[in-house]
Design a protein around this ligand. Structure first.
Ligand SMILES: *[C@@H]1O[C@H](CO)[C@@H](O)[C@H](O)[C@H]1NC(C)=O
Ligand SMILES: *[C@@H]1O[C@H](CO)[C@@H](O)[C@H](O)[C@H]1NC(C)=O
Ligand SMILES: *[C@@H]1O[C@H](CO)[C@@H](O)[C@H](O)[C@H]1NC(C)=O
Ligand SMILES: *[C@@H]1O[C@H](CO)[C@@H](O)[C@H](O)[C@H]1NC(C)=O
Ligand SMILES: *[C@@H]1O[C@H](CO)[C@@H](O)[C@H](O)[C@H]1NC(C)=O
Ligand SMILES: *[C@@H]1O[C@H](CO)[C@@H](O)[C@H](O)[C@H]1NC(C)=O
Ligand SMILES: *[C@@H]1O[C@H](CO)[C@@H](O)[C@H](O)[C@H]1NC(C)=O
Length: 361
């Protein structure tokens, strides 16, 4: 009875004689120091390191004062003895491999008591490679798959969060394993696409919640939602004068892809296509009387802006007076109708000159 007690007391003392982190973490392909310190007054004859995992077990390092450290072949260029050969028996793994996961045991052979040892459970962590991809089929106004974030080969598994301000979204996450024990996580982001989403920055945040906080490394990837497609929005026409005093109409509309423009003039109930397929319509002489139509079009839709041009015989020398009438398509509401004088090189935004009036097509 008292002999048993003495043995168990002795075991407890023995286990306290080597100081290690019983659980430790190392990033894959980084270097890691495994600390091991003996607390003994006795003479240390030898230090050995053992690894065990997956049913296998091997002694890979032996240190003695007379021989220095002797490494097992597969560890030769990967492990360095960092201790002083006395009470410090620490080692450094230069580039941690997935196969290093397991239990490392450092064993001090002391004289006269025999061996004392410490065990370290090493977890190998793999930081995922994160990619974010914008999806191409995002036409307005449907609920679309907008982007996808992939965290590949993480260990332990990764989770994906989306950081998006002020806009509703949903996401779907899937995880699938690789044969080497790492895991891939994919998150798909769905949103109701609208012109307002275009140019929005979205972030995908990848983290590994099962790793102790002090080891966590979060990864964020930011993308600009340039993939949201929408038809040309409000078409605006500006009247300008170029440097040769010639009159120009400039058509502007927002759309993704960027709209292409066509100009038409409505003449006695039929539209005549004008020879300009750019955003500007240049007049070489005084413009013909009539309703000018700017048609902005991309592969998602088309929109139109209208302006009525009516040259005035003005007393004020080289100036034109023009009647403008802009109709917003679809509603046939007149946005603006006013007389004004174009002064030299001044840009005039029709938008700003709002006089409500009714105007027939
Ligand atoms: C391991 O890290 C080194 C640099 O420390 C790098 O050059 C190498 O590509 C990495 N290998 C792998 C498989 O990640
Ligand atoms: C190595 O030598 C030092 C001092 O001479 C001694 O304290 C230590 O115990 C020796 N260690 C080994 C492993 O032989
Ligand atoms: C988000 O969805 C909630 C509930 O469906 C709704 O009440 C809220 O107005 C939406 N917010 C935005 C910005 O669309
Ligand atoms: C694990 O396997 C995956 C898929 O074959 C591979 O892409 C990844 O690089 C591997 N990871 C490591 C740490 O070897
Ligand atoms: C996002 O992309 C749009 C279109 O290229 C650009 O105008 C905008 O400045 C970008 N936003 C940021 C914050 O970079
Ligand atoms: C990583 O992100 C998670 C989730 O947002 C957070 O809880 C954690 O504190 C972050 N860790 C670091 C180191 O930033
Ligand atoms: C109209 O003139 C501008 C220069 O003032 C020029 O850049 C543009 O290409 C011209 N447009 C057409 C259709 O000729």
């Amino acid at each position: 009875m008292s002999a048993l007690l003495r043995v168990s007391l002795l075991l407890q003392v023995v286990s306290c004689q080597v100081r290690v982190n019983t659980e430790d973490y190392a990033w894959y392909n980084s270097s890691k120091i495994l600390k091991c310190q003996a607390d003994t007054g006795e003479e240390i004859k030898q230090i050995t390191w053992e690894w065990q995992g997956g049913g296998a077990k091997m002694t890979f390092l032996t240190y003695r004062n007379d021989t220095g450290s002797i490494l097992q072949k597969s560890y030769e260029n990967r492990v360095k003895f960092k201790g002083d050969g006395n009470k410090d028996g620490s080692i450094e793994i230069l580039n941690v491999a997935l196969a290093d996961e397991g239990i490392f045991k450092c064993v001090f052979t002391t004289y006269p008591s025999g061996t004392i040892e410490g065990e370290i459970q090493l977890h190998v962590l793999v930081l995922p490679i994160v990619t974010q991809e914008l999806k191409q089929d995002v036409t307005t106004p449907c609920y679309n798959l907008v982007a996808e974030c992939l965290a590949s080969s993480a260990k332990p598994s990764a989770e994906i969060l989306w950081i998006i301000y002020g806009i509703n979204y949903t996401s779907e996450e899937k995880t699938f394993p690789n044969s080497n024990g790492t895991l891939n996580t994919q998150s798909q982001l769905y949103m109701t696409s609208s012109p307002g989403l275009y140019g929005l920055l979205i972030q995908c945040l990848v983290f590994q919640p099962k790793i102790p906080v002090e080891y966590q490394k979060n990864i964020t990837v930011t993308k600009n939602l340039t993939n949201i497609q929408f038809p040309p929005q409000m078409v605006e026409i500006e009247v300008l004068k170029n440097d040769k005093e010639a009159l120009q109409l400039l058509c502007k509309s927002d759309g993704n892809p960027r709209p292409k423009y066509n100009w038409k003039r409505r003449n006695k109930e039929k539209s005549v296509l004008l020879h300009s397929s750019s955003e500007t319509l240049n007049f070489t002489a005084a413009p013909d009387d009539g309703l000018y139509i700017c048609e902005a079009e991309n592969n998602v839709g088309v929109n139109r802006g209208y302006i009525y041009m009516h040259p005035l015989k003005s007393s004020s020398r080289q100036r034109y007076g023009l009647l403008y009438c802009i109709i917003s398509v679809g509603f046939f509401v007149i946005l603006s109708m006013s007389y004004f004088i174009i002064s030299r090189n001044r840009r005039i935004k029709i938008q700003e000159k709002i006089v409500a009036l009714y105007c027939r097509k």
